[in-house]
Design a protein around this ligand. Structure first.
Ligand SMILES: *[C@@H]1O[C@H](CO)[C@@H](O)[C@H](O)[C@H]1NC(C)=O
Ligand SMILES: *[C@@H]1O[C@H](CO)[C@@H](O)[C@H](O)[C@H]1NC(C)=O
Length: 510
């Protein structure tokens, strides 16, 4: 019995050890890396041999984790972006900016040494599975064919964009699925539904008819003319792991092949490093954490904005921990501590933390909900607006327009959220509900990766809707036939009556 078990265990371990997974996490954003690496390390921990392609370096070492760095993209990421101008883009401009950025990243990546390293793998090198961050940069899809078309799983840390949900076969639900860069909630007015319909379809059409053809052209220049059309490659990716969750975002109906693993990156809090622990212990009135996450820099604020922020903080009794990316900040009040880096999730998990001031980034919003800390935020672009609007709508925080930031409205929002207990109560309730699920999102993600490995794909989970056109899934063709039939029957009856009346009229006159 024991030997049998030992043999089984050996076979199992050995099989896991030999499984090679290529994790293409090419989206140039540190927050995408944070999310993807959480999944990758979860798999490495189980014995899978992970080869990850990313723009971000990785400090943590693991014997099953190998990183191929796509070097250099952050050297030109911040050019031409000013924080104040970002807040002024419209929803439709946002769509164009997103896909233009994707195209720039494609061009950059094709010229990296990192990509060459991957392409130089032996021709017959076998990856048993590919995990692909499908949020943008579809131009890298031909890598799947380069590695002999193993099963592929799509992932997106960008919550669940309607355009991807749709591409994985889910009919669009614009009536109650608010577009991510609007302030709409799941209950929309008629006007909001019209706009939401336009925005959502605009992205779907833009991606299909403008963005993807442009990426296809670039991909052909790099990989060769005879690559398969990108949408066809995408159709063969059966499963999508999405960073979405009914509590953290809002309930939507997803088909069996879209697996919500929202908050997969979140870990239980670790003790703070010594110097921070001292500061936090001494803070009688609690802690306020202020960071703009990993994509934006608060040292790029204009001097006026900086002054507004410092003057506001000076009026507060709490200690403010501010992630500020440069060493010096003049006129720092006594209660404000700056650090170039802060362990965001661990600070949010500390019982003394009372408020999170941020920009409404996707991961930060999930983390603060997980830890039950209310928010005051100013959104900068794309999804920030929606994330903060949802917190505000559910009374878990407040959103301020950054361009209109003053000491009065900033201080007002902070004290309102700190002093009115409803905000903390609401977000703590959400935190409890989110944690009340049968397994952690990471366990769920790892399970579905193994499911696809065991069965060689996930096509058995795909809705038939994925291969139907929109008028079929919406039954528009049937509605038209029904309406025409009703009109026809009505006209026939009308005609018969008219003829009868005419004939009877003639006969009665006789
Ligand atoms: C594990 O992945 C690395 C990096 O791709 C590769 O060099 C190595 O051969 C893989 N190990 C096995 C046992 O296949
Ligand atoms: C793509 O999917 C279709 C239908 O499931 C299958 O017949 C085809 O072999 C797949 N192609 C590749 C390259 O995996």
């Amino acid at each position: 019995m024991m030997t049998k078990l030992a043999i089984l265990l050996f076979v199992f371990l050995k099989s896991a050890l030999c499984v090679n997974i290529l994790h293409i996490a090419q989206v140039a954003s540190p927050s995408h890396h944070i999310w993807n690496r959480a999944l990758a390390f979860g798999l490495a921990e189980k014995g899978y041999n992970i080869t990850m392609v990313s723009h971000d370096k990785e400090k943590e070492k693991h014997k099953n984790f190998h990183l191929i760095l796509l070097e250099g993209i952050y050297d030109h990421t911040y050019e031409g972006f000013s924080m104040e101008s970002l807040t002024e883009t419209t929803v439709l401009e946002g769509i164009k900016i997103l896909y233009d950025w994707s195209l720039l990243c494609c061009k950059h990546d094709f010229a990296t040494k990192g990509l060459q390293t991957l392409l130089n793998y032996p021709k017959d090198f076998k990856f048993d599975l590919i995990i692909f961050d499908v949020t943008v940069e579809q131009c890298l899809y031909p890598l799947i064919e380069r590695f002999h078309n193993p099963p592929v799983i799509g992932v997106t840390p960008f919550l669940l964009p309607p355009v991807l949900s749709h591409a994985w076969g889910n009919p669009l639900q614009t009536a109650y699925w608010p577009y991510f860069s609007t302030k709409f909630t799941t209950k929309m007015s008629f006007t909001e539904r019209i706009l939401n319909f336009i925005y959502t379809h605009a992205e779907v059409l833009y991606r299909r008819y403008i963005a993807l053809p442009a990426e296809m052209q670039l991909a052909q220049e790099f990989f060769g003319k005879d690559i398969r059309p990108l949408e066809e490659v995408e159709r063969n990716i059966s499963l999508l792991l999405s960073n979405s969750d009914p509590i953290l975002i809002f309930p939507v109906n997803v088909p069996p092949n879209i697996i919500p693993v929202g908050g997969l990156q979140i870990k239980p809090p670790k003790p703070l490093p010594e110097d921070l622990k001292d500061i936090v212990d001494k803070a009688k009135d609690g802690i306020i954490l202020f960071t703009l996450g990993s994509n934006l820099r608060s040292d790029e604020f204009s001097p006026e904005k900086r002054k507004v922020i410092l003057n506001t903080f000076a009026k507060l009794p709490q200690t403010v921990l501010w992630k500020f990316e440069t060493d010096n900040l003049e006129g720092l009040p006594k209660n404000v501590v700056i650090r170039k880096w802060l362990p965001q999730s661990d600070i949010l998990g500390h019982p003394k933390t009372r408020l999170f001031i941020n920009h409404g980034g996707g991961l930060g919003t999930q983390e603060t909900m997980y830890h039950g800390v209310p928010v005051v935020g100013f959104p900068f672009f794309v999804d920030h607006v929606g994330n903060l609007a949802r917190l505000e709508h559910r009374k878990m925080g407040k959103s301020i327009d950054f361009t209109k930031l003053t000491v009065e409205n900033f201080y007002g929002a902070i004290t309102e959220v700190l002093n009115n207990p409803i905000y903390t109560e609401n977000i703590k309730k959400a935190s409890k509900k989110f944690r009340d699920q049968p397994q952690t999102p990471l366990e769920r993600g790892v399970f579905w990766v193994e499911h696809v490995l065991r069965h060689g794909g996930g096509e058995h989970l795909v809705l038939a809707a994925r291969d139907m056109s929109f008028y079929q899934t919406m039954n528009l063709d049937i509605l038209i036939v029904v309406v025409l039939l009703v009109i026809l029957v009505y006209s026939v009856i009308l005609l018969v009556f008219t003829v009868l009346r005419f004939l009877l009229g003639i006969s009665s006159r006789r």
